[in-house]
Design a binder for this molecule. Structure first.
Ligand SMILES: Cc1cc2nc3c(=O)[nH]c(=O)nc-3n(C[C@H](O)[C@H](O)[C@H](O)COP(=O)(O)O)c2cc1C
Length: 174
C-alpha cells in the first residue's frame, strides 16, 4: 500500500519537514509499503472556493491508500493550511485510514483532536495512537527536532494500527 505523510504547515521556518522525515524513516522499515512526503506547501492550494482548484492535490489524495497527518498547533487549533487542504478534497479521502502525529508546547493534542472531528466528516478512520512531540523536550531551541529513541515505540504502534485498518478498508473501496 501507498501512504502519504502530509505536512500540514506552510510557514517560513516550519519544522514539519523534520517531523515528516523522521516518521518516514521509522515507517520505511515496513517492507512492502511505500511512504512518501506529501507537502501541502508544494501544492500551493488556493483558499478553498476562491480560485481554480489545484486538482493535482485531489489526484494525490485519491491515489494514496492511507495518510499520516503531521499536525502542528496554532492558537489551540490545527493550522489553517491543513484545514484548507482537508477541505480541498472530498470523495478522494473516503474510506481510508489515517494516523495523526502532532507537536506543540503541549504535544499539539488540541489540534490533533480537532483533526479527528474533520476526518470523521471526510470518512477517514483515524487510529487511536497519536505520537505527540513536545516543543520543550523533543526539539532543541524549539526548532531542531531531536526525538528520544523511546518515541519510536509510539510511532510503531500508530503504524501497526494504520496498516491494519488500511488493509481492511482497501477491501471496501471499488
Ligand atoms: C501563530 C502561532 C500560534 C501558536 N499557537 C500555539 C498554541 O496554541 N499551542 C502550542 O502548543 N503551540 C503553539 N504555537 C507553537 C507552534 O506549535 C510551533 O511553532 C510549531 O513549530 C509550529 O509548527 P510549524 O513549525 O510546522 O509551523 C504557535 C505558533 C504559531 C506560529
Amino acid at each position: 500500500m501507498k501512504f502519504g505523510i502530509i505536512l500540514g504547515s506552510t510557514r517560513e521556518g516550519r519544522v514539519s519537514p523534520q517531523v515528516g522525515e523522521y516518521i518516514k524513516k521509522v515507517a520505511s522499515a515496513r517492507e512492502g509499503h511505500e511512504f512518501e512526503i506529501v507537502d501541502v506547501k508544494e501544492y500551493n492550494l488556493p483558499f478553498m472556493g476562491t480560485a481554480t482548484p489545484n486538482l493535482a492535490w485531489n489526484e494525490k489524495i485519491n491515489e494514496l491508500d492511507g495518510y499520516i497527518f503531521i499536525v502542528q498547533e496554532y492558537n489551540h487549533a490545527m493550522a489553517a493550511s491543513l484545514k484548507n487542504a482537508l477541505d480541498s478534497a472530498r470523495e478522494e479521502w473516503f474510506n481510508k485510514a489515517a494516523g495523526i502525529v502532532s507537536y506543540g508546547s503541549g504535544g499539539g493534542i488540541r489540534a490533533a483532536e480537532q483533526v479527528r472531528l474533520v476526518l470523521a466528516e471526510q470518512k477517514v478512520a483515524d487510529v487511536r495512537t497519536n505520537p505527540a512531540f513536545n516543543l520543550f523536550t523533543d526539539f532543541e531551541n524549539f526548532s531542531d527536532f531531536k526525538p528520544g529513541d523511546h518515541m519510536d515505540a509510539g510511532v510503531n504502534d500508530m503504524l501497526d494500527e494504520l496498516l491494519l485498518w488500511s488493509q481492511a478498508l482497501k477491501g471496501i473501496r471499488a
